[in-house]
Design a protein around this ligand. Structure first.
Ligand code: HEC
Ligand code: HEC
Ligand code: HEC
Ligand code: HEC
Ligand code: HEC
Length: 214
């Protein structure tokens, strides 16, 4: 959560247009404020304050906790910030893990990191920050679609330049989306067939390796 009070001296990189042009009284009413001795009382409460000018962010079936609570300013500064969209931290990772600290711990701790958490939009590669029709605010209907949106082609690994195969055929064997404790490539030690747990015999190779059960 945001800890500091929002600064009103215009000294940050990303300024909200109504703030920048001095339209303070759209959001703050002096009328109520003066009565209560608070010059900066709000003309409307959040999120209605934001929805005066922005499209609603809660119109899909699943709404992210702080958005559902109407707390836009738990992520966005209403005046100015140094990060894109006036978020209080970089939107791709730092923002998410201030609240989801367990995810940071997990990603830092595990040996075999999932490239998807490190590249491009990081957490936002897969999750929408506001709303979604999908479980866990995923950007695609199923987890499989999420994987295939990247792994539908050969991909060069950042770390060592090896080429990842097209994962289409490989999906059942890759059930942990963030990182795994066990084997490289997020492969688990076991593979599930209904109720049966078959141990995997992972043999690494330059092209990825094989996972035939024992
Ligand atoms: C887009 C709406 C919006 C505009 C425009 C805006 N503010 Fe704000 N302001 C807010 C919100 C929302 C908060 C509460 C922030 C929070 O809860 O983190 C706030 C908080 C403040 C506070 C802190 C008050 C307190 O008690 O913590 C001050 C001071 C302030 N604004 C002054 C200004 C001034 C001066 C301007 C114009 C230069 C301005 N604001 C423009 C929405 C706005
Ligand atoms: C008086 C109208 C007004 C209000 C109220 C308002 N905004 Fe804005 N907001 C704007 C305008 C104008 C822009 C600039 C749009 C642009 O540059 O495309 C903007 C831009 C933004 C952006 C960046 C969008 C982008 O694509 O870069 C975010 C995020 C945002 N506002 C969030 C909020 C939040 C959160 C609140 C409530 C605390 C809020 N706004 C209240 C008018 C408003
Ligand atoms: C959990 C943090 C979080 C909360 C809470 C949040 N946002 Fe955002 N918002 C983001 C992130 C992250 C982005 C950048 C999305 C991207 O890069 O695709 C964003 C982008 C935006 C944008 C610009 C792009 C767009 O999607 O239109 C607007 C406008 C915006 N938010 C408004 C709001 C409003 C209004 C609220 C409150 C109802 C709100 N946000 C609450 C994290 C948040
Ligand atoms: C201001 C705090 C805050 C920030 C920042 C934040 N979240 Fe959340 N997130 C929450 C809360 C609160 C919940 C609801 C927890 C619950 O219902 O158990 C939640 C729930 C989730 C869930 C669903 C969890 C579940 O088990 O169903 C996902 C996925 C998620 N957030 C992803 C993200 C991503 C991705 C980002 C960065 C764009 C992010 N969050 C940033 C507070 C935050
Ligand atoms: C490669 C896509 C992908 C990326 C990148 C990703 N996630 Fe997820 N995330 C998922 C999927 C898929 C699920 C649902 C897993 C399930 O239902 O078991 C999920 C579930 C979650 C959940 C709810 C369940 C749980 O495990 O706590 C949270 C919270 C979450 N992700 C946060 C994050 C954060 C924060 C980041 C960035 C550090 C991130 N995710 C990056 C795909 C991704």
């Amino acid at each position: 959560m945001k800890k500091q009070k929002s600064s009103i001296i215009p000294n940050k990189k990303v300024q909200h247009l109504p703030f920048k042009i001095g339209q303070c009284t759209i959001c703050h009413t002096e009328k109520n404020g003066n009565k209560n001795g608070n010059k900066y009382a709000h003309s409307k409460e959040q999120p209605d304050l934001c929805y005066m000018c922005h499209k609603r962010k809660d119109t899909k079936s699943r709404v992210h906790g702080p958005v559902a609570a109407g707390m836009c300013t738990s992520c966005h500064d209403p005046h100015q910030e140094n990060h894109r969209f006036r978020l209080f931290a970089d939107r791709r990772f730092d923002l998410c893990v201030t609240c989801h600290a367990d995810k940071k711990e997990w990603v830092v701790k595990v040996k075999n990191k999932h490239g998807a958490v490190k590249i491009e939009n990081r957490c936002l590669n897969c999750h929408d920050p506001h709303v979604s029709e999908n479980e866990k605010f995923l950007k695609k209907t199923t987890s499989m679609d999420i994987c295939l949106s990247c792994l539908n082609k050969k991909i060069k690994r950042e770390e060592d330049g090896t080429i990842l195969m097209n994962m289409n055929k490989h999906l059942d064997e890759n059930p942990d989306w963030h990182a795994t404790k066990d084997l490289p490539h997020h492969i688990r030690k076991y593979m599930k067939f209904g109720k049966i747990k078959a141990p995997l015999r992972y043999i690494p190779a330059k092209t990825g390796g094989s996972c035939a059960p024992m």
